[in-house]
Write a protein that binds this ligand. Structure first.
Ligand code: CIR
Length: 259
């Protein structure tokens, strides 16, 4: 199941987090603010029933709290990815031993391509891989081959131009249901699935996180929260103003799986 989880791995924000990559400079985030947002996030994962393990901060890698980008995890095993930003390339290696401890199978994605986990949307045994500034064709092909060993069928799609990651604009709400911005849905990549559209003007809320019968959504997007309430899930609105300054949302702060 794409939305059933029992465990999560997160990494504490490093003191260097204000140096995290950002496409547009809207001012540096506050370290204390990011620590507070991270703590609220961990508490929300626990309320959703997940056992959360917190890895130590890595000061040399400012974006290393966004653990979803350097790896992909399933109950059957983990894949170490190849982050597309040069400053993030070493994050995968930093996760290797932690994943090897927790997963029976650990696959290291072969080069030379690049893939960020933020471009990977899992819907049951179907996995969409979005080509972006971070994920290239060679990386997507290598990941598609690695996924077939886990019994997953990959489809290579396109992250919209100017959008950091595929999941910046969408989130799985079930195996056949996605939350999406209208512009991403208009590309046709979700044809055949049930699509819940994020109300116009609330696009940043598309990067929500369904965990069991809970859904986490960025605070400040009341129409999206109301839409998500209709699923019958418990909806928690979480502060993300500081991590948003370095282009991050809710999914990228954890690796999640069911054991
Ligand atoms: C970056 O640009 O890589 C980080 N500052 C933010 C990464 C956010 N990751 C994600 O949405 N999957």
């Amino acid at each position: 199941m794409s939305v059933r989880f029992t465990r999560a791995l997160v990494r504490k924000p490093p003191a260097s987090v204000a140096k995290g990559l950002r496409a547009v400079d809207r001012g540096a985030p506050s370290y204390d603010g990011i620590v507070a947002e991270h703590a609220a996030y961990v508490a929300a994962l626990e309320r959703a029933g997940l056992r959360v393990e917190v890895l130590p901060p890595l000061d040399l890698l400012p974006d290393s709290l966004f653990v979803e980008d350097p790896a992909l995890v399933f109950p059957e095993g983990a894949i170490l990815l190849r982050p597309g930003a040069p400053s993030r390339a070493r994050e995968a290696e930093a996760l290797r031993a932690e994943l090897a401890k927790r997963f029976a199978a650990l696959v290291v994605l072969p080069g030379p391509g690049t893939v960020d986990g933020g471009d990977v949307l899992t819907l049951g045994d179907r996995v969409l891989i979005g080509l972006s500034e971070r994920t290239d064709e060679a990386g997507a092909q290598a990941l598609a081959a690695a996924l077939s060993a886990f019994g997953k069928q990959a489809e290579i799609v396109r992250t919209p131009p100017g959008v950091l990651h595929l999941k910046t604009e969408c989130a799985p709400l079930g195996e056949t249901t996605v939350l999406s911005t209208a512009r991403l849905a208009a590309s046709g990549i979700f044809d055949g699935l049930e699509v819940q559209l994020v109300p116009e003007g609330e696009e940043p809320a598309a990067n929500a996180l369904r965990l069991n019968d809970h859904i986490l959504v960025a605070e400040g997007y009341p129409r999206t929260a109301a839409l998500l309430e209709k699923t019958g899930c418990t909806v928690s609105a979480l502060p993300t103003a500081q991590i948003a300054k370095i282009d991050a949302g809710l999914s990228c702060l954890s690796l999640r799986w069911a054991d």
